[in-house]
Design a protein around this ligand. Structure first.
Ligand SMILES: *Cc1c(COP(=O)(O)O)cnc(C)c1O
Length: 351
């Protein structure tokens, strides 16, 4: 607390990201980073950045990148909004589209940044309980709302909703915006971007951080009807005209040019995930069905908090949320096969 803080700054409970330890030789399975690194062309693009490009302001509209990303999704450039990571895209979405008189709806177990943005922007919200098996009860969203936001696959459960359920949500809320946060969609799910032409109330948000191994670069996007994109741009241009620097624009373009690399790396993660699920189940873990690059697991006889601490002592970091309904679980990112073998070996000694 400081006497210099505004009432707003004093009242906030900020989001706490997973730790990013420095220097230590650790197996880091706590923030869903991709172990395989960005496409080779990304590093080449980085090497080509020159002083003149750095001297000047970047293109405030990121026009080339918007066009390239739009065409990958079968959309027009004016159906794409870009931001400094999808967290920034989502923050603008809360302010530009989801701040309404009626409450915003999202699952009770979901991305823990959502309530933080609600507090920051003063937006009413209500959480909708998942079933005991952590699946989404789509019918429970059939009530007056100022909007709906849902990660698909959900985080931290990893569970995916079929597009037919997304369509049901869109049909229930034709007068408000339904946001599908697809941070993990490239790990085996089907994107809702194909529904955009039929639904002017759908906004799909994606990120380069997970599947494209560009968490350090901070690139995120939203796709939707041009009116939704214009609303987002109005907030962006009242906040920061240049959210994507020239390096982010150029490297993301290079990432989009190498679809094969993306498919190759996500395919490897999926293969490792399949194998690790089987081995964890063998050891007595319950593993929620994951369509993401992480697993949400619990063990009948081992407290998650204790496992988390014991793993940490052995230089393996996973994520533990000490919160109702999920405090029996660990969230484990899928690393390389070697990382996962070490994890499994250590878990065998602990259980
Ligand atoms: C990681 C994540 C994001 C944010 O990713 P950025 O790095 O800010 O692009 C958004 N939503 C969910 C559900 C995430 O897990």
């Amino acid at each position: 607390m400081s006497r210099f803080w505004s009432d707003l700054a004093s009242s906030l409970t900020p989001y706490v990201p997973g730790e990013q330890p420095r220097g230590a030789r650790l197996i880091k399975l706590n923030t869903n980073e991709n172990p395989y690194g960005p496409a080779p062309g990304v590093l080449a693009a980085l090497a080509e950045i020159n002083g003149d490009q750095l001297r000047r302001y970047p293109d405030p509209e990121s026009s080339e990148l918007r066009s390239a990303w739009a065409s990958r999704e079968g959309l027009q450039a004016d159906q794409v909004f870009l931001g400094n990571g999808s967290d920034e895209v989502l923050a603008h979405t809360f302010q530009a589209l989801l701040k309404q008189d009626q409450p915003l709806l999202f699952p009770d177990i979901s991305y823990s940044f959502y309530p933080v943005w609600c507090e920051l922007y003063g937006l009413p919200y209500a959480t909708v309980a998942l079933r005991d098996d952590f699946s989404v009860v789509v019918e429970d969203y059939d009530r007056p709302a100022g909007g709906v936001i849902i990660p698909n696959p959900n985080a931290p459960t990893g569970m995916i909703l079929p597009l037919s359920d997304i369509s049901s949500l869109l049909a229930m809320h034709t007068d408000s915006v339904v946001v599908v946060d697809e941070a993990y969609i490239d790990f085996g799910g089907e994107s809702a971007t194909g529904l955009i032409q039929q639904h002017d109330n759908l906004l799909v948000v994606q990120t380069a951080s997970k599947s494209r191994s560009l968490a350090g670069m901070r690139v995120g996007a939203a796709f939707g009807h041009r009116d939704l994109i214009e609303g987002l741009s109005r907030v962006k241009d009242s906040f920061n005209s240049y959210p994507l620097d020239v390096v982010a624009q150029q490297t993301m373009l290079a990432s989009l040019r190498d679809e094969e690399w993306l498919q190759h790396c996500t395919g490897r993660v999926i293969e490792t995930r399949t194998r690790v699920v089987a081995e964890l189940k063998e050891m007595g873990f319950e593993v929620l069905p994951s369509a993401a690059n992480f697993l949400f697991v619990r063990h009948a006889r081992q407290a998650a908090g204790e496992l988390f601490a014991a793993l940490r002592e052995r230089q393996i970091i996973v994520r533990y949320f000490n919160k109702p309904r999920v405090d029996e679980f660990l969230r484990i990112s899928i690393g390389t096969d070697n990382d996962m073998d070490e994890l499994l070996a250590v878990l065998k000694t602990l259980i």
